[in-house]
Design a protein around this ligand. Structure first.
Ligand SMILES: [Zn+2]
Length: 331
């Protein structure tokens, strides 16, 4: 297994997010990744530094170019204040910065900080470099220790602390050489990944997550969202209720593995969120640290070259133990 890390994320420090009109302390903090890194080293894992950058051509194959340009240009505003309200001008190029900010965002949790392009680009590069090593058969399993996370970022919208969709960029790269399955095990629905591959027949997108009637991102993640055109039947959502236990989760996980086997992918991408843990401050499932090892063992039994990409998980003190438990299941 190869693990990749970059210290660039340390300069990404969102100060606050806005919930119910009030600024709250931001949950997506640098210590998340630093604590995982420390635990990995303490447990004998080798952590390597990044050496490659995601080509911009691959980012604009995954996201809309106009959105990538917006992130690159940056915004003078930290958060949007207005969101698109009418279908009439959907295709129109807008010159107003605040209008574009609303157009390319879907929440008030994901600030436009000054160096955001560099930060998001670097985060995607960790996943990209590992996807290249998998394509070149140098490794069978990779783990990208990245932030900001990516699975909420849609083709042309940031949100849920995500700017570029790291898992989708890696899957896009892998799909150049064969079919890809994505198994998203973050607590929240991977709405961005679903949005990006919704009409693709060569990328199977599966997400196990909190019922959107209960938790963020609210508008997607329902079981009847099955994909479009060639993608019909290739998007599978498993919304689960509050308080989901290890046993309930394992039962669902086994169902997803059957779907993956039937699809016969050449590569597997696993967006990994540890916000499914019982002590996560923004979660609501009951999974335990020990269970992550069993979860990973079950996935690794597929014996498909696999790229694990760090997504959510907000109990900073427990993140290291939880990731170590998961990765041990892959050894
Ligand atoms: Zn999450």
């Amino acid at each position: 297994m190869k693990i990749l890390y970059s210290p660039t994320h340390l300069s990404h420090v969102p100060e606050f997010e806005i919930f119910n009109g009030h600024p709250d302390a931001h949950a997506e903090v640098p210590s998340r990744i630093e604590n995982i890194n420390k635990s990995l080293i303490k447990n004998g894992f080798k952590v390597n530094n990044l050496t490659k950058k995601t080509p911009i051509s691959l980012i604009v194959k995954t996201h809309k170019k106009e959105y990538v340009d917006f992130i690159k240009k940056g915004s003078v505003f930290l958060y949007p204040s207005v969101f698109p309200y009418n279908d009439l001008n959907q295709g129109r190029k807008l010159s107003n910065n605040l209008a574009n900010h609303g157009k390319y965002s879907f929440d008030l949790y994901t600030p436009m900080l000054k160096n955001i392009f560099k930060i998001a680009h670097e985060s995607s590069s960790l996943a990209y470099e590992l996807s290249e090593e998998i394509l070149n058969k140098k490794i069978k399993v990779g783990y990208s220790l990245c932030r900001p996370p990516g699975h909420h970022a849609e083709k042309a919208r940031m949100g849920g602390y995500c700017y570029f969709n790291n898992s989708a960029i890696a899957a896009q790269n892998l799909s150049s050489k064969g079919k890809v399955a994505i198994l998203d095990v973050d607590f929240h629905h991977g709405n961005g990944t679903q949005n990006i591959f919704y009409d693709r027949g060569d990328v199977l997108t599966i997400s196990i997550h909190a019922d959107p009637n209960w938790k963020f991102p609210f508008y997607t993640g329902f079981a009847d969202e099955i994909g479009l055109y060639e993608g019909e039947g290739k998007n599978i959502n498993f919304p689960l209720p509050k308080g989901t236990t290890n046993t309930q989760y394992q039962r669902t996980l086994e169902k997803t593995l059957k779907k993956i086997k039937d699809f016969q992918p050449k590569y597997l991408v696993v967006p990994l969120g540890l916000d499914t843990h019982r002590d996560d401050p923004i979660g609501g499932f009951q999974l335990t640290t020990d269970y992550y090892q069993k979860m990973a063992k079950t996935i690794s039994d597929l014996k498909i070259p696999t790229l694990i990409i760090q997504e959510g998980g907000y109990n900073t003190a427990l993140l290291g133990d939880n990731v170590v438990s998961f990765l041990k299941g892959f050894i």
